[in-house]
Structure formats: structure tokens, C-alpha cells
Design a protein around this ligand. Structure first.
Ligand code: ZN
Length: 189
């Protein structure tokens, strides 16, 4: 088990365009090790996704995994581990969905980001096998967040209403759905 150091906002690696992985690289022991380390790192930090540039590897690789009972996203279905290599994204529905996003590279903060609500992703899995996946809801947002990392884009770039960029403590106090519920008595659970 190896937990890698996560690059934080301001580190130049987060602003680079990551390069594609070759067939040879995908089947290499080095890539298997990198994927394992990324999984360990994501679990240790408690993230729902991680892109390779966040662990200082500027290649087009990301992982996503979250459980249905994740306390932050309990209204969404869980997502078993996905290893996503050389992904291409196509927007299927331009309708915008907004979610409060966080990022292991921007610790302690949360921001409200609007993105297309339904996408198709074509990618290679950890064995180099081509895959197509249609994602909507929270999973579509996680995909777009992670794949943005490969183009040097962070969620903070996409917050249009800067009053919705907050520390976690202030999020819980003033912006969380539970905080709104408290002010909105009589609303069914
Ligand atoms: Zn991130």
C-alpha cells in the first residue's frame, strides 16, 4: 500500500494538459502500480475520484468510486471502482445540473458548479479494453470534474457564483441542504 502526496491548488502540475497513455504503457507494471497507489490514496483521503495529475503524474488516467451510503451524496446510487484511461466525453444532454463539489487538491473547501447533466464517456479500462458508459446525475459531475483535471482545469474555475465558494464549515452552516431545511419548516423529509 502506497499513499501518494496530493498536489494542491497552485502546483503547476494541476495546470498541465496530461498526455495520453500508449498501449504499452497501459499493460506495464508501472501503470498497475500507479493505479493501485491512486486507489490507496483516494481511500486514505476519503475522495470519490482522483486524477493522475493530482498525484504528480501528467497522464490521462483517473479513478472514480463511491458508495451509495456516502454521507455527502446519500441520495445518489453508488459507483463501483472505475479505472478510466484516455477518455473522450460527449455531452448527451446540455441541460445543466448543479452540485456542490470538492476536490482533494483544494482541501477544506466546497463550491457550487453547474455542468451538462448527461454525458457519454468512451475510455479504456485498466486492461486496455474499450468501454462506453452513459452517466447522469452526480456520476456525470464526478466524471467531468475528474476529466477536467487532465486538461489542467479545476472546479474552482467553473464556479460562476463566487458567493457559492466556501469553506466546509461555512458550507455546513449556511449552504448545506440540511441548513436550508432548517429554515424551511414544514417541508417533508
Ligand atoms: Zn478534483
Amino acid at each position: 500500500m502506497a499513499i501518494r502526496k496530493i498536489a494542491r491548488l497552485g502546483h503547476p502540475v494541476l495546470r498541465e494538459t496530461a498526455r495520453e497513455l500508449s498501449r504499452e504503457e497501459i499493460s506495464s507494471p508501472e501503470l498497475k502500480r500507479l493505479v493501485r497507489d491512486m486507489i490507496d490514496t483516494m481511500h486514505d483521503y476519503g475522495g470519490v475520484g482522483l486524477a493522475a495529475p493530482q498525484v504528480h503524474e501528467s497522464v490521462r488516467l483517473a479513478i472514480i468510486e463511491f458508495s451509495a451510503d456516502n454521507e455527502r451524496y446519500e441520495n445518489d446510487d453508488g459507483q463501483p471502482l472505475l479505472v478510466i484511461i484516455n477518455a473522450r466525453v460527449k455531452v448527451l444532454d446540455e441541460t445543466i445540473s448543479g452540485f456542490w463539489e470538492g476536490c482533494l487538491s483544494v482541501p477544506g473547501m466546497r463550491g457550487y458548479v453547474e455542468r451538462p447533466s448527461k454525458i457519454e464517456v468512451n475510455y479504456l479500462d485498466e486492461r486496455g479494453k474499450p468501454k462506453t458508459l452513459v452517466a447522469d446525475g452526480f456520476l456525470a459531475t464526478v466524471f467531468q470534474h475528474e476529466l477536467d483535471h487532465l486538461d489542467g482545469v479545476l472546479y474552482v474555475d467553473k464556479i460562476t457564483d463566487k458567493s457559492k465558494f466556501t469553506f466546509n464549515e461555512e458550507f455546513a452552516r449556511y449552504h448545506a441542504p440540511e441548513a436550508a431545511d432548517e429554515q424551511d419548516e414544514g417541508e417533508p423529509e
